[in-house]
Design a protein around this ligand. Structure first.
Ligand code: HEM
Length: 454
């Protein structure tokens, strides 16, 4: 069963331009040929899905001179599925860029400024998972039981969060879907998983936003913040560090049934010891940075896909087994994490005939790989019967694949099952601009929906 949205078809840019207010509001013109394509200028996020077919056809590997790990090396944007899949599945040949920071910290005195400025996540990586073998153990032992394959333990809690959010809609016929559902749901879920009171969510949300500042406001494919932005971020996150530290102490003393309590008590077999406070703090930092906005974006884009494909809501309502594939196709077509500059070349490489020297920084454009016509038949169509529908690179792949994929998928599936239960259909309300936030995530700023209750 295949659903086509006319405006998504590559080569149909004129329709897109007239149709979408986000195109008119963008600081840059919608690209029609290679010279117009720029994935990182202000406003570029409104045109990514017009840029990808152009890049796939003309220049699937883009060199960004002087934007490697230093100004002496280059960055390379990869847009092909086969290239990105190869890179992420081989962490020895393509080591994560973060390993450079880990190696530097390993040689640094803990009183040094470099140490003070390192966030808890990085510090915990230095001691808990500095290499590939420990990385695997860390996932299996410490995060899988809570946010990976073990996430199903949270099913009732997630259903309860969804129920409370929908009750608050109070049978209104119009909602602002992001602030009234897509954003608070992952915030509530992660607060409950970690063991933070829900009353702290407004403060936690502020810290969560501070953590992802670079991904939203950072410049270029490396998400570089100005010195002022970085200083402001550091100050804000000091509060988060203290807050989590207090919670860790509290839960070490009096453990409850939550992830932080469990981490304070766990015996980490890979290192044959318990975790220190700063290590627990680091894992919590990673859960908050990864667990909030990404799932929000997935749900809000899925709502848009439902509005744009007449009949799809009813099809899913009548056959709930299709929801799982809808969620996967939704994420494939509108990948929340569009791209990350995360891997380095250990040796000279070649992608699509382009020579990529040793020491280059690779920007993995997951959003483009997920609509690569060489990998996907009718890549811009939402196909509920697509074969091997989960092979997309939304969560990356290989040994470093996103550890939170399990809980994110569960949240999305339960959300749509509940929405299909209680609604007849959803449509765009008037006055949506469809503007996206800047940065490397695909996130619409607001989304007003008209809803008909069942
Ligand atoms: C739709 C939702 C999500 C998307 C699209 C997403 C995407 C990604 C991607 C692309 C990566 C990079 C993997 C790599 O380097 O190969 C990643 C890493 C990560 N994600 Fe997610 N993620 C999502 C949800 C979550 C959730 C719910 C959590 C936490 C509960 C989470 C935690 C993390 C962490 C901690 C990492 C870093 C892993 C590391 O230490 O290397 N993510 N995610």
């Amino acid at each position: 069963m295949s659903f086509t949205k006319r405006q998504l078809t590559p080569g149909n840019q004129t329709t897109m331009k007239n149709k979408h207010r986000n195109h008119q509001l963008s600081a840059m013109e919608c690209p029609v040929n290679r010279n117009d394509v720029d994935l990182f200028s202000p406003g570029a996020q409104e045109h990514w899905y017009e840029a990808y077919p152009i890049l796939h056809e003309t220049e699937p590997v883009v060199r960004v001179p002087g934007e490697g790990t230093s100004s002496a090396t280059d960055g390379f944007i990869l847009t092909k599925y086969e290239d990105i899949a190869l890179v992420v599945k081989d962490p020895v040949r393509f080591p994560p860029r973060i390993h450079q920071a880990i190696d530097l910290l390993k040689q640094t005195d803990s009183n040094d400024d470099t140490y003070r400025q390192a966030n808890a996540m990085l510090l915990s990586m230095v001691s808990l998972r500095p290499d590939n073998a420990l990385y695997r153990a860390h996932r299996q032992e410490l995060t899988d039981p809570w946010v990976g394959p073990g996430a199903s333990r949270h099913t009732e809690m997630i259903k309860d969060c969804i129920r409370r959010l929908l009750d608050a809609w109070d049978h209104h016929s119009e909602v602002e879907f992001i602030s009234q559902f897509a954003r608070p749901l992952p915030q509530m879920v992660m607060a409950n998983v970690l063991g933070f009171p829900e009353s702290d969510i407004p403060q936690l949300a502020e810290w969560g936003a501070a953590q992802v500042t670079a991904f939203v406001y950072g410049k270029g494919h490396r998400n570089i913040l100005s010195a002022r932005q970085a200083e402001k971020q550091l100050k804000l996150l000091d509060g988060f560090k203290e807050y989590v530290h207090e919670k860790v102490l509290e839960k070490r003393r009096e453990p409850e049934d939550d992830m932080i309590s469990w981490l304070t008590q766990a015996h980490y077999k890979a290192l044959d010891r318990k975790l220190t406070d700063i290590e627990v703090n680091g894992i919590v930092y990673a859960m908050v940075i990864g667990g909030l906005e990404t799932t929000q974006y997935a749900i809000e884009e899925q709502a848009q896909l439902l509005c744009e494909h007449p009949g799809l809501f009813n099809t899913l309502k009548l056959d709930r087994n299709l929801v799982k594939n809808f969620v996967e196709e939704g994420m494939r077509l509108r990948s929340p994490t569009q791209g990350l500059s995360t891997r380095v070349t250990r040796q000279d490489e070649e992608f699509q005939g382009v020579k990529v020297p040793k020491g280059s920084l690779l920007h993995l454009r997951y959003g483009a790989a997920n609509v690569d016509p060489a990998e996907w038949t009718d890549p811009y169509e939402l196909n509920l019967n697509r074969k091997a529908v989960t092979r997309h690179l939304v969560f990356s792949a290989g040994p470093r694949v996103c550890p939170g994929a399990g809980i994110s998928r569960l949240e999305q599936n339960l959300a749509w099952q509940a929405l299909l239960d209680c609604l007849e259909h959803i449509n765009y309300a008037k006055d949506n601009t469809f503007e996206h936030q800047p940065g490397i995530m695909l996130g619409t700023l607001s989304l007003k929906l008209n809803i008909k209750w069942a």
